[in-house]
Design a protein around this ligand. Structure first.
Ligand SMILES: Cc1cc2nc3c(=O)[nH]c(=O)nc-3n(C[C@H](O)[C@H](O)[C@H](O)COP(=O)(O)OP(=O)(O)OC[C@H]3O[C@@H](n4cnc5c(N)ncnc54)[C@H](O)[C@@H]3O)c2cc1C
Length: 469
């Protein structure tokens, strides 16, 4: 066929595009900034203990993505029964929230008040221009305050009044108190969605195991993956990209190809193009924000302090937002039967002081906060490792959609450049959506015509969840 393609980023989207193209005989080169593949879905190894950047559940309603994952993983794809709870007012509540545990935690009087506040919200609707308005109209003010506000504000680092309603609409589109109660009482609901919620798949050695297999297939089919090679420039000639320039481990790398697929953040892409795009496009890119994510993986001298895979922590008096127990994701993640690996997760802006604290201080804080919650004895923390991810959550703040539209309109004029993935589209995409966008872009190179931007905008792709992952 003789076609060539360069792909920026070897996370799920870039690897999915690369695999599709390499298997079709395209001469493909992936340029990856970091030393490993997998992007946000990597698995980090520390002294034999493995952990994710946030536990990564595998579930999908997209058959072709699921089939590829099954093929690549074979017997190494475990099916895990899910246990995750919410830490709220010193208690652990079932998550997804059940009527009985909610009643138990709130007590009869507060439950009645919450129902009253829900009924009030049905008659006195508030404007739905923010996350707060959107949720209040569907759950009532009191339940919003109990179960949505604190954790959502921890994740996004801004008042829920400033978070766009788009995020709620994308994540919890058809969920409301009325529907939740009706389904619980009549024991009905979407059976497929319910079973997806109760179990998930997980590679024996974490998500990185799957993405390494993608990488192996690409290389076996003749493709190249250049690690430690951040792309610094895309050169444009008229309406076509002519080459990308990266800082390779041994000096500058120049890659020329006929087609280019990007999965670095949409916020970075226009800023790296030469000659520079118009000022309004640069301004739109500078205005897109990401919430960053920091995990402290603690090696603890206890076998299994809690049975959950993860716990959402709503308590306002600890800085941490979520806790993982990696043995419960897969026993093979932990090399020692008597110890465990607990991931303590913090959501942050890169300007927050926690972001630039030394690793030892963060490990110490994580141990103390787990002790405060009564989940472990801080004295049993033996070792730890901190990982920081800058572009973890594309922020849906006022004006983000206008900025994305501006960049998208400019990109549409560039004939041989497509953008894919989570940060690449500035959309809250899970792995399966990210992978599908990569596959679509690759197939477009091969002559199809898919709309990459349409992925994860339709009801069929959505899972109903009220807590940001
Ligand atoms: C805390 C957390 C938990 C999550 N949990 C789940 C879950 O349970 N299930 C699920 O399905 N999804 C989950 N996700 C989402 C999942 O991580 C993403 O959908 C997926 O990793 C996105 O893939 P991507 O390739 O688009 O982007 P990324 O994973 O961000 O990969 C992009 C790649 O591009 C590279 N790159 C960036 N800039 C450059 C540059 N200039 N030059 C070269 N390379 C560059 C990066 O190093 C990275 O490797 C979670 C995400 C987070 C943050």
């Amino acid at each position: 066929m003789g076609k060539s393609a360069a792909i920026i980023g070897a996370g799920p989207a870039g690897l999915a595009a690369g695999r599709e193209l390499a298997l079709a005989g395209v001469d493909v080169t992936l340029l990856e900034r970091d030393a490993i593949v997998g992007g946000l879905s990597r698995t980090v190894e520390h002294n034999g203990y493995r952990f994710d950047v946030g536990g990564h559940r595998f579930f999908t309603k997209i058959d072709e993505v699921g089939e590829i994952w099954d093929d690549l993983m074979g017997d190494d794809f475990l099916t895990r029964r899910r246990l995750s709870r919410i830490f709220y007012r010193g208690q652990l509540l079932d998550y997804p929230l059940s009527v009985s545990s909610t009643l138990r935690t709130l007590g009869i009087w507060e439950s009645l008040l919450s129902i009253g506040s829900y009924l009030w919200a049905r008659v006195r609707r508030v404007p739905e221009d923010s996350f707060e308005g959107w949720v209040t109209n569907r759950f009532g003010r009191r339940l919003y305050e109990h179960f949505f506000r604190t954790y959502t504000e921890k994740v996004w680092g801004m008042p829920c009044t400033e978070l766009s309603a788009d995020w709620a609409a994308q994540r919890i589109k058809s969920l409301s108190l009325w529907r939740a109660l009706r389904d619980a009482i009549l024991r009905r609901g979407d059976k497929e969605a319910t079973s997806l919620l109760r179990q998930f798949k997980y590679p024996r050695l974490g998500p990185g195991m799957l993405y390494r297999r993608y990488a192996e297939q690409i290389e076996q089919a003749g493709g190249t993956i250049q690690l430690n090679s951040p792309v610094t420039q895309l050169r444009l000639d008229g309406r076509r990209v002519t080459r990308v320039v990266a800082e390779g481990p041994t000096g500058p790398l120049d890659v020329e190809a006929e087609e280019y697929i990007n999965s670095m953040p949409l916020a970075d892409l226009p800023l790296r193009v030469r000659p520079e795009p118009p000022e309004d496009v640069l301004e739109a890119a500078r205005g897109l924000r990401h919430r960053s994510f920091l995990t402290a993986a603690l090696i603890v001298d206890e076998p299994d302090p809690f049975p959950d895979q993860w716990i959402y922590v709503h308590e306002p008096d600890v800085r941490l937002g979520r806790v993982q127990n990696y043995r419960n994701w897969s026993p093979a993640m932990v090399p020692d039967e008597d110890r465990c690996c607990i991931g303590v997760e913090y959501f942050a802006w890169t300007s927050d002081s926690i972001w630039s604290e030394p690793d030892e201080a963060i490990i110490d804080l994580a141990g103390r906060e787990l002790g405060k919650l009564g989940l472990i004895d801080p004295a049993s923390v033996m070792d730890g490792r901190v990982v920081r991810m800058e572009h973890a959550y594309p922020v849906y703040d006022p004006g983000y959609d206008r900025r994305v539209r501006t960049i998208r309109a400019w990109l549409a004029e560039v004939e041989n450049l497509q953008t894919v993935g989570r940060s690449g589209l500035h959309r809250y995409n899970n792995m399966d959506h990210s992978v599908l966008t990569g596959m679509y872009a690759a197939r477009n190179v091969l002559g199809d015509s898919h709309d990459v931007w349409s992925v994860n905008t339709e009801e069929q792709y959505l899972e109903k969840r009220s807590q940001p992952e």
